[in-house]
Design a protein around this ligand. Structure first.
Ligand code: AMP
Ligand code: GLY
Length: 419
């Protein structure tokens, strides 16, 4: 099988590694040095839709796997499928589930999927009046894509008004903030429920948890994610069944009812409230860093599963269970997330990668001769595999301890909450 992977971060390194392990010939757009170990480099940007189509045709690939949301929102999957090329990733219409919070709230409500009460506003004065229809300051969400900066969770009315003023009044996020969703604030642990979906059949992964704040104890600034774990032994079987019954299956029913041909991975960000699971958001792609724990657990079956997803043949398939647990720890650059410093020399990569049951995925790295240097906010994600979460966690941290670069940031409590 010949596969083109679109994207160049830690998630895409996990995809390339799993596809290579599956025996596929792998090509990748502008791969980072870790990806380049197992993929032939294609000098086309992940958002260059015409360029990617041309490469897929010239190379006669069997499958294009689209990692990030930006090319999905641009309609890359539609263009590929219209030209007879199998694509893992939903089309532009379904990608609205990630690109528009208002679209998502309407989808959730239309299909009876539990979520927080909300009001959508496009006018500053109306927004300020709408705030007071909530008993407590609501969560304020910019409608459009804002690279993780589009959600404010205010503790006071003053903070809520300031967020509305910034997003909608001052357009600090550009047009992403032209429409706002104001939403009741929910309380409870957060989980990530991902499932492969081929348009007709869902194949849910074990639950995962991301750790979004920069500091231990979920303190400090929001980031793209500082580590992840799967499964979540602290979530009981009844809750898991509720997530499938009340969120994932109705989501598939919604796709069918709305005529959305969803072929890829649907990711529901869920809060486990006292009233049951409620959806905070959808993503229409693998999470990063959730991919770095979910994909290694698929072992050499990744290529087969992704192709079956893209071609509508998931019925009767199951996910492999031979890797019971995985934990990934992000090594982030100095000054991440505000203004990550780049160019620092990374040492210890080879020794860490050689450790058993350890995978070192590159995210923001660049090659400089034989040296590897930092080149982005999240630099590496170090995954440990094991029979239990505790074992996987110990392996991830043991490997991470051997890798160094100036100013490196790492949380020490990834997965601790589920052991
Ligand atoms: P989102 O991009 O919608 O997932 O929001 C980013 C983060 O904001 C989530 O991971 C939650 O921690 C928080 N958040 C979003 N919506 C709510 C809500 N309704 N109640 C409490 N926290 C929320
Ligand atoms: N881990 C969160 C995300 O990928 O959006």
């Amino acid at each position: 099988m010949k596969v083109l992977v679109v994207g160049k971060g830690g998630r895409e390194h996990a995809l390339v590694h799993g596809l290579w392990l599956s025996g596929a010939e792998v090509l990748a757009t502008q791969p980072n040095p870790g990806m380049a170990q197992h993929a032939r480099a294609i000098a086309v940007a992940p958002t260059d839709v015409a360029g990617i189509l041309a490469v897929a045709q010239a190379e006669h690939v069997d499958l294009v796997v689209i990692g990030p949301e930006a090319p999905l929102v641009l309609g890359l999957a539609d263009v590929l499928r219209a030209n007879g090329i199998a694509a893992f990733g939903p089309g532009k219409a379904a990608a609205q589930l990630e690109a528009s919070k208002d679209f998502t709230k309407n989808f959730l409500n239309r299909h009876g999927i539990p979520t927080a009460r909300h009001v959508t506003v496009t006018d500053l004065q109306a927004a300020k009046r709408a705030l007071r229809t909530f008993a407590h300051p609501p969560v304020i969400k910019a409608d459009g894509l804002a690279a993780g900066k589009g959600v404010a969770v205010p503790d006071t009315w003053e903070e809520a008004e300031a967020a509305v003023q910034a997003f909608l009044g001052d357009r600090t996020l550009g047009d992403a903030g032209a429409t706002l969703v104001l939403e009741e604030r929910l309380i409870g642990p957060e989980i990530s429920a991902l499932a492969l979906c081929d348009g007709k059949t869902l194949l849910p992964f074990d639950l995962a948890r991301d750790h979004k704040r920069i500091l231990d104890g979920d303190r400090g600034e929001n980031t793209g994610g500082m580590g992840a774990v799967s499964p979540l032994p602290t979530v009981d079987a009844a809750t898991r069944a509720r997530i499938d019954r009340e969120v994932l299956q109705p989501t598939l029913a919604g796709f069918l009812a709305d005529g959305l041909d969803f072929r890829g991975v649907i990711y529901a960000g869920i809060m486990l409230t006292a009233d049951g699971p409620k959806v905070l958001e959808y993503n229409v792609r693998f999470g990063d860093p959730e991919a770095q724990v979910l994909i290694p657990r698929l072992g050499a079956q990744l290529a087969d599963l992704l192709l079956a997803t893209a071609t509508g043949q998931l019925a009767g398939k199951t996910l492999p269970t031979d890797v019971p647990a995985a934990v990934t720890v992000v090594l982030a650059a100095a000054n991440y997330p505000a203004t990550p410093r780049t160019g620092d020399v990374i040492t210890g990569l080879d020794a860490a990668s050689a450790m058993p049951d350890v995978l070192v995925f590159h995210a923001g790295t660049q090659a400089d001769g034989a040296t590897v240097r930092t080149a982005g906010g999240r630099v590496l994600t170090v995954t440990g595999l094991g029979a239990t979460v505790a074992q996987a966690r110990a392996r991830a941290y043991a490997a991470a301890a051997g890798i160094h670069f100036e100013g490196q940031q790492m949380r020490t409590d990834i997965a601790a909450s589920v052991i």
